[in-house]
Design a protein around this ligand. Structure first.
Ligand SMILES: *Cc1c(COP(=O)(O)O)cnc(C)c1O
Length: 406
């Protein structure tokens, strides 16, 4: 990562108070990603200190090596990986980390390499076929922690993960019993869906876990509540994370499991959403539509395809005095799909040549960028100001100035 990329003429040295405004003054031609290591470190410390169990980072949310090192330095020692690419990345980047391969459907070659070459001992599964695969690929290893993934409702989340994975119905009992025979340590895991808007999502899932344990009559050593911990976006203001932790803790304490059983979580979004934002330039305005230089194929996949709104700020000095109005965005590529409906609220006098900062893109934003149509940029700048909104501060100063008006 470049503190300031010279190709953009961003010659300023990093100093306290670097903000999106200063980046905009450099008039970069391509979109610039702003990263906030302090925000990711704060989120990680919040989880490692307050979550009543082990915090594992779900790497797919943002696999940037710089971010991985920030999380490691803030005390996150366990990483949820899903592919051999992520396994190798973590082995390379954080050789001391404990890796857990939590994708329930894996290639046998992947399991073999993960176990024999990268020391992976934790695997998830949701079928007897996958259990057989794990046994074959590890040569009947006796040091495995195997987490059976249960299907649970995604009804309380903004993004479903409920359809694809997870054992359900009559399959659960035989799978738990067979896995118990093989595993040194038996886990049960689930995922309530991403951006869970209420702690009840976890309460209901834990009821499912309880029923499964009782029915199968197995000793369970690990309960892994997965990801889904929310971040703060316009129109999606979740309760405090402590409420989620309390709900989970209470449900965990009431499970029929041994006193030594461990509680794990796999937050992705919650640890990295506040890590980055993007500075874009308005290339054209047509009524209430702004043509900007990042979009659906860049960091704004969720804004385009899920219709999510993100906080936006006009980076103009002095500040515009115009009243706010609702805009939609077009990204830079040549197709109509590259459109973000918003609404994004900005001063009514926004015009071509203005710069905007789009916040909260650290999770599933940077991770999904492509170079489609020759657009897309790797320019990254470390900034020290606060993210536009935060789950981890009482009130970030910029909320009052720029976002609360929405
Ligand atoms: C995606 C994923 C996560 C992270 O989910 P968030 O909603 O980003 O917290 C955790 N665990 C598994 C198995 C996942 O697939």
């Amino acid at each position: 990562m470049h503190k300031h990329h010279s190709a953009l003429g961003l010659a300023t040295t990093l100093s306290t108070g670097i903000t999106g405004y200063e980046i905009a003054k450099q008039r970069p031609v391509q979109a610039v990603t702003l990263v906030r290591p302090h925000a990711a470190a704060r989120a990680a410390r919040f989880f490692t200190e307050k979550f009543p169990g082990r915090t594992m980072y779900a790497v797919k949310a943002n696999p940037s090596p710089d971010l991985l090192r920030v999380l490691w330095d803030a005390g996150v020692t366990h990483y949820d990986v899903a592919s051999i690419g992520e396994v190798r990345l973590l082995s390379r980047t954080l050789p001391g980390a404990t890796l857990c391969l939590m994708h329930p459907v894996k290639a046998e070659e992947v399991i073999r390499e993960a176990y024999h070459e990268h020391g992976v001992r934790v695997f998830s599964l949701d079928s007897l076929e996958e259990l057989d695969k794990i046994v074959r690929a590890t040569g009947g290893a006796e040091d495995l922690t195997l987490c059976v993934r249960l299907q649970v409702s995604s009804d309380y989340s903004k993004l479903s993960l409920g359809a694809k994975f997870g054992a359900s119905g009559a399959d659960v009992k035989p799978l738990l019993m067979a896995t118990r025979q093989v595993a040194d340590s038996l886990g049960v895991c689930f995922h309530v869906g991403s951006q869970a808007m209420t702690p009840d999502a976890y309460a209901f899932a834990m009821d499912r876990v309880r029923a499964a344990i009782v029915e199968a009559g197995v000793v369970v050593d690990v309960v892994d509540v997965g990801g889904g911990f929310p971040s703060h976006y316009p129109g999606m203001e979740p309760p405090a994370l402590e409420r989620y932790f309390d709900t989970i803790h209470r449900a965990f304490e009431n499970l029929p499991i041994s006193y030594s059983a461990e509680l794990w979580a796999e937050p992705g979004r919650a640890l990295c959403a506040e890590y980055s934002s993007v500075v874009v330039r308005v290339e054209k305005r047509r009524g209430n539509e702004l043509y900007i230089n990042d979009g659906a194929y860049g960091a704004l996949f969720d804004a385009a395809h899920l219709g999510w709104r993100f906080p936006v700020t006009l980076l103009r000095e002095p500040d515009s005095r115009a009243k706010e109005m609702a805009f939609s965005f077009y990204g830079p590529t040549c197709d109509d799909l590259d459109r973000m409906a918003g609404p994004f609220h900005l001063p009514a006098d926004v015009q071509a040549g203005d710069y905007l900062e789009i916040g909260m893109l650290g999770a599933y934003g940077s991770a999904m960028r492509t170079a489609f149509n020759g657009f897309g940029s790797d320019e990254t700048v470390v900034v020290e100001d606060e993210p536009m909104v935060s789950m981890y501060t009482e009130a970030a100063p910029r909320v009052a100035a720029n976002v609360v008006k929405l």
